[in-house]
Design a protein around this ligand. Sequence first.
Ligand SMILES: Cc1cc2nc3c(=O)[nH]c(=O)nc-3n(C[C@H](O)[C@H](O)[C@H](O)COP(=O)(O)O)c2cc1C
Ligand SMILES: [Fe+2]
Ligand SMILES: [Fe+2]
Length: 397
Amino acid sequence: MVEEIQSKLFYLGINDRQSDFFEGQWPLPHGISYNSYLLSGEKNILIDGVARSATEEWLQKIEQIIPIQELDYLVVNHLEPDHSGSIPVLRRINPEIQLIGTDKTAEMLKKFYSINSGVKLVKSGQTLQIGDHKLSFYPVPFVHWPESMVTYCPERKLLFSNDIFGSYGSLEGGLFNRETALRHRDSELLRYFSNIIGSLTTPALKALEKLSKLEIKTVAPSHGPLWKEDTEQLFKLYKEWCTMQGRPGITLIYGTMYGYTEQLMEQVARGIASAGLKDFTVIDIARTHPSFALAEAWRRRGLIIGSPTYGNGLFPPAQNLLEMLLNKGLENPVAAFFGCHGWSGGAINKLCKAADKLDWEQPVTPVKFSGEPSSDELKKAFSMGQTVATNRSLIGG
Ligand SMILES: Cc1cc2nc3c(=O)[nH]c(=O)nc-3n(C[C@H](O)[C@H](O)[C@H](O)COP(=O)(O)O)c2cc1C
Ligand SMILES: [Fe+2]
Ligand SMILES: [Fe+2]
């Protein structure tokens, strides 16, 4: 059953519950959706395609409304294959269909799919009257790729936002934000943001500024639930994440081989709890994919990392996370570090170098030790937790 979400606007999204990873690397425990839309009428316009693997199911959905040959346009907001993988088959069935995109889209259509014709170019802010539908196009370069754009429907005050405001997670029954199982909704939205948009916050802020001039009642992204009623909060949340403000709270991430660093972690956690901080979480980085740890680090202002030394550097799972934090450029944490080594150490130095590079505030001297932690070191760990938990930039005041 294809759902008509507004008059002449159909939701054609496909839930992918089979793929284990998005972009071949980000775990999908709850799946993902590739959202696509059809505006029907005098002209029939598709907004975004789906992944190649979802194409057959997508074509079947379209055929429940109109024959594929009767499609006039496909708006290509983004050429990443999770949206464009269906284009070659679509064009084989309907060679007359016109693709709408930016000049960069046209370049990439040649490179990815050898498509050299049937592309209608649009410029920033351009509005087209296509049959009984009016559509405006806004490039949002590098959110996610250089050719990325969004499409606005002024009569409906509806934004087809593509990857912006996208989320992991298949839709579990509901299509709109308030109908969706809240269990995963907010965490999967943030995880998608930190994993996919995290390194693109400067272009994302530019895009948000551009889009905030539009009156938007409905946001229809290309992954995850659609948003209505709460679109203002959604914009606010995205701004908060783009500027890396982080809520008051601490994400305590540690790894251990033989349990010594873990002994310190227990004390750091006791210190945090004793300070009365309610929002903190402990993550064993060897057992948690960095996709999740990154999202948790993004969520809270406080970030404490504990790692033993391994080959003069960090314990590999912690190193993996640190590289991701550097790569995404998470800037604002109030940070602290601890760790155990056998002889000359090295893990803490690497953490401090990263903190300098990213300009992290470090209110506490790192606690590092060799062998078993002494009672003095355990006390220092406790006080590390307390000090970070009561830091002014974390709790305000
Ligand atoms: C494979 C391996 C490599 C290590 N490399 C170093 C090193 O380069 N420098 C050092 O000081 N300690 C090194 N160590 C020692 C550990 O840092 C030490 O055993 C520490 O107590 C482990 O902390 P944990 O109990 O939290 O795992 C290494 C240990 C292992 C198992
Ligand atoms: Fe993308
Ligand atoms: Fe996407």
